[in-house]
Design a binder for this molecule. Structure first.
Ligand code: SAH
Length: 469
């Protein structure tokens, strides 16, 4: 028998699909990526196996491209000694002046990598349905804050908001606001354009935690923050797509003398180059971040990701809500996964720092441990399973049935394949969720009756369990 919750989600999906049936499929993303490019990205994209592809070489010209970052890192190392990989990544990616994320738009065909929300609008629409279903599962609170960490070009938030407006009959009673945590001023401008057009402005003071504010055409308030801690406390659904993999990691190597931290140093034979070295003695990080019962020989620990998950867990426990984290990763089995991407090619992590993206697989077992006992954790489940459970097949059938243009049909099929094919993004990416404990709580048993032998089954959470249509 279907639970009331399955019925609610099915209603959401059906209403959405009926609206989408009427409206045209927006070819914004699929058309930007011709089939030839998407199939080429399958081999070389950010999510492809680092082991199976060769690094793109760094020419002398390339080496000159980011002199300030290399100079900055070299002088830092010369004055204080080799830096941790975490410090290296933080500088390279988010240095306020020369950081990779701060300076450029790296997403898309002309950038360095491509992400699911940029491949197909269907991805964001299904996440929108998930958010609505969790909001309903929480008893339809009056306030609904959509908080996105690392929103890229703003496409995912835009697709989610479109679902909210198509599901007005369901979400209409809630006061919806959008809160974006974004370190990059350049990307925040792009996000503002996508979500609000010209209806946004920068804060007058640099000290204002809301550094930009705007309003969508449907008058939904959108605020930008540098830090999650500045987002107001209220019932929130948090979304983080390809965010945790961009956070700095520490790397540790098992040696005969015990765990040692991997550091970044200047190559003695060539002062214009950097190299990895193993710290001769324990560092604070190697003494505190490696688990006592660790069995791997090499581990990566994203302490910053751990802190953010703790913040999310505390907020969900205190204010209600849920977090949906989607990324490539492993459940405590990965080892050396740090890699660079530039122009859709693997790129040497230490070459031309600041010119390429740096990324490491997310350790979901670590996130689960950091979330603690105050929230329930679900997953990780593969992207393919999550999207299929959310009804991507039905959605695609509807879109294809209503599309007669051969090239759009081809793009739809190729984007579906890219998102769900196990050898492409389908099994490389995973979904993981933090939920308020009440969300999975078993219903109270009636007083005065004898205890049943079997506990009632917990209510299903969309995406993580198959839903009947
Ligand atoms: N979610 C988007 C973009 C992923 S790229 C998508 O899937 O398309 C990573 C995003 O996280 C970028 O927007 C980048 O600027 C942002 N980011 C990286 N490190 C961050 C940090 N420490 N704090 C806030 N945002 C960060």
């Amino acid at each position: 028998m279907q639970s009331w919750f399955q019925v609610c989600v099915c209603v959401c999906v059906c209403v959405l699909f009926r609206y989408a049936w009427k409206s045209e499929h927006n070819p914004r993303k699929t058309s930007t990526f011709p089939t030839t490019l998407t199939s080429c990205l399958c081999l070389t994209g950010r999510w492809s196996s680092a082991q199976s592809a060769s690094f793109c070489c760094s020419s002398a010209e390339d080496r000159k491209a980011q002199p300030s970052m290399l100079k900055h890192l070299s002088s830092k190392i010369r004055s204080t000694g080799p830096v941790s990989v975490s410090e290296y990544m933080k500088e390279v990616l988010t240095n306020p002046v020369t950081g990779y994320y701060v300076r450029k738009n790296m997403l898309g065909a002309d950038g360095d990598f491509i992400t699911s929300p940029e491949i197909s609008q269907v991805f964001g629409e299904l996440l929108g349905v998930w958010i609505v279903s969790e909001w309903m599962g929480a008893g339809r609170p009056e306030q609904l804050q959509l908080v996105e960490l690392g929103p890229g070009r703003g496409s995912l938030a835009a697709d989610i908001l479109r679902v909210f407006s198509q599901l007005q009959s369901v979400v209409g009673g809630a006061s919806v606001s959008v809160h974006l945590v974004e370190v990059s001023p350049a990307l925040s401008r792009l996000q503002a354009e996508t979500l609000t057009g010209k209806r946004n402005m920068e804060a007058s003071s640099e000290d204002d935690p809301v550094y930009r504010h705007g309003e969508t055409a449907a008058r939904v308030s959108v605020s930008w923050y540098r830090l999650l801690e500045d987002v107001p406390a209220a019932f929130s659904i948090f979304v983080a797509h390809e965010f945790f993999d961009a956070l700095p990691i520490h790397k540790f190597q098992r040696t005969e003398k015990g765990w040692r931290e991997v550091l970044v140093d200047i190559e003695p034979a060539d002062p214009d180059r950097l190299r990895f070295v193993v710290a001769p003695t324990p560092t604070l990080a190697s003494s505190t971040l490696v688990q006592a019962d660790e069995r791997r020989d090499h581990v990566e620990v994203c302490a910053e990701g751990g802190v953010i998950v703790q913040q999310l867990a505390r907020r969900i426990e205190e204010e209600g809500g849920a977090a949906l984290i989607a990324d490539y990763g492993h459940d405590g089995t990965g080892t050396d996964t740090l890699r660079g991407f530039k122009g859709h090619q693997l790129h040497d992590v230490l070459s031309t720092p600041g010119s390429a993206d740096l990324t490491a697989d997310v350790d979901f077992s670590f996130l689960r441990r950091m979330a603690g006992g105050g929230v329930a954790c679900l997953g990780p489940v593969t992207q393919s399973m999550f999207l299929k459970n959310m009804g991507i097949d039905v959605r695609m059938q509807v879109l294809l049935r209503n599309c007669s243009d051969p090239s759009t049909r081809k793009q739809l099929i190729s984007s579906y394949d890219m998102l769900t094919n196990p050898s492409k993004m389908g099994e490389r990416f995973h979904f993981f969720s933090l939920l308020h404990p009440s969300r999975l709580g078993v219903p109270k048993k009636p007083q005065g009756l004898k205890l049943e032998k079997k506990s009632p089954a917990p209510l299903p959470v969309a995406g993580f369990t198959e839903l009947g249509f």
